[in-house]
Design a protein around this ligand. Structure first.
Ligand SMILES: *Cc1c(COP(=O)(O)O)cnc(C)c1O
Length: 396
């Protein structure tokens, strides 16, 4: 038992068939590359869903995990632990936020933010509980975050949905204005919609939403699960748009591969009090030690400057590719989050050929693939990835 096809048979037999997988059995990763069970090498431009921000098995992250695994892995959260407090201090000192709570995933981070917004509504908005979110958004797979997500296909099989979410078009401030009532407690948005297909809003969108929220006394929650920790070229996506949210959620890139989530809040709206919220694993020493080591490295080594430089390089390369390949209709890119859109629904075929050519991509839409390489990807790796993508497209 060692071939990829054998493992795929095991999955078919034993695993819940909830995920449409690509036929690639990844057994090892190093930097921007992974290897499958048959020894084939791939450039990984999915990076664990924009999670492996320093690539696979970065020595700084590996060392932090190994050291922490031999020191202290889990305690009850009724005790203080040092890695959790190191990470809390680092995030708060480098953001516009005052307080942080650690969870285990993006959905869980958003659940906490939703609870906070409801509690805030009870205390300061006369019991208001509605949260305005955007169509084509993605906020997670739990029942509350499925209700928050503005994509019917994630919701239809699980009705009745949790009440209290109102959906409006993304990048449409008037939509938010028209949907705001006495019952509104918050607006929750992604700075750039990731799962929605790398939808980049107008430069003044978030600023205008911020002004509206201030005028109405409602919270602005930014779901930075995908955009946070450097993905857009700033530590947090809000910095790119010159706004400060009241509440922000993080997950994906924060753990550098280890599961973690967080919600952060300004002091004036941290409405949760002792007993309101908790988590058995949230903020455990292992996850927070990895997150601290990775985030510290990212800040100390100007990885954010590197992201800006690589954004220019990847953007230029993708646009050159577009000029050579007629099936590409649009390139969208912000930081190291990019989408290549095609003029028809061929992303399934593109992925099959991309796997063959040795480049892992995400089919984010039927007509678009998403690229989200590690933030320390090199220009040479980008060049190689574009060559492989071009080879894949030539087979279609
Ligand atoms: C991935 C994602 C989530 C959900 O995160 P999980 O860790 O899968 O629960 C929430 N919001 C955004 C913007 C995401 O990209």
């Amino acid at each position: 038992m060692s071939k990829s096809s054998d493992w795929i048979a095991v999955e078919n037999k034993y695993y819940a068939q909830t995920v449409r997988r690509q036929p690639v059995v990844i057994v090892r990763g190093e930097g921007t590359r992974v290897w499958d069970a048959d020894g084939k090498e791939y450039l990984d431009f999915v990076a664990g869903w924009a999670v492996d921000n320093l690539g696979h098995c970065h020595p700084v992250v590996t060392q932090a995990i190994v050291e922490q695994a031999g020191t202290l892995v889990q305690t009850s959260n009724q005790y203080y632990t040092v890695p959790q407090l190191n990470l809390a201090e680092l995030l708060i000192e480098n953001s516009c936020m005052d307080r942080v709570f650690f969870a285990n995933s993006g959905a869980e981070a958003n659940e906490g933010a939703i609870k906070l917004a409801r509690r805030y509504g009870k205390l300061h908005r006369d019991g208001a509980y509605e949260i305005i979110t955007a169509l084509s958004s993605f906020h997670g797979r739990t029942l509350a975050t499925v209700a928050a997500t503005g994509q019917p296909h994630y919701q239809e099989n699980f009705t009745p949905l949790l009440p209290g979410f109102v959906h409006v078009d993304y990048n449409d401030v008037e939509g938010i204005m028209n949907a705001t009532t006495d019952n509104t407690t918050a607006v929750m948005l992604e700075p750039v919609q990731g799962e929605g297909g790398v939808i980049i809003p107008d430069g003044d969108y978030l600023k205008r939403v911020r002004e509206w929220c201030d005028e109405k006394g409602i919270l602005l929650i930014l779901d930075e699960v995908q955009t946070g920790i450097g993905r857009l070229g700033s530590l947090f996506g809000y910095e790119e748009y010159g706004v400060e949210p009241d509440v922000m959620t993080l997950a994906k890139g924060l753990g550098f591969g280890v599961p973690i989530g967080a919600f952060l809040s300004k002091e004036y709206c941290m409405a949760l009090v002792p007993g309101d919220h908790g988590s058995t694993f949230g903020g455990n020493p292992l996850a927070t030690a990895a997150a601290f080591a990775g985030t510290r490295f990212l800040l100390d080594n100007d990885i954010l400057g590197h992201v800006k430089e690589m954004e220019r390089h990847l953007s230029a390369k993708l646009n050159e590719l577009k000029s050579r390949v007629s099936v590409i209709s649009e390139i969208r890119i912000k930081g190291l989050l990019a989408a290549v859109e095609f003029n028809s629904d061929i992303s399934g075929q593109v992925l099959t050929q991309a796997n063959e050519a040795g480049i892992l991509l995400n089919g984010v839409r039927p007509n678009a693939v998403r690229l989200m390489p590690p933030l320390n990807v090199t220009a040479a790796e980008i060049d190689e990835a574009i060559d492989r993508l071009e080879l894949a497209l030539s087979k279609i």
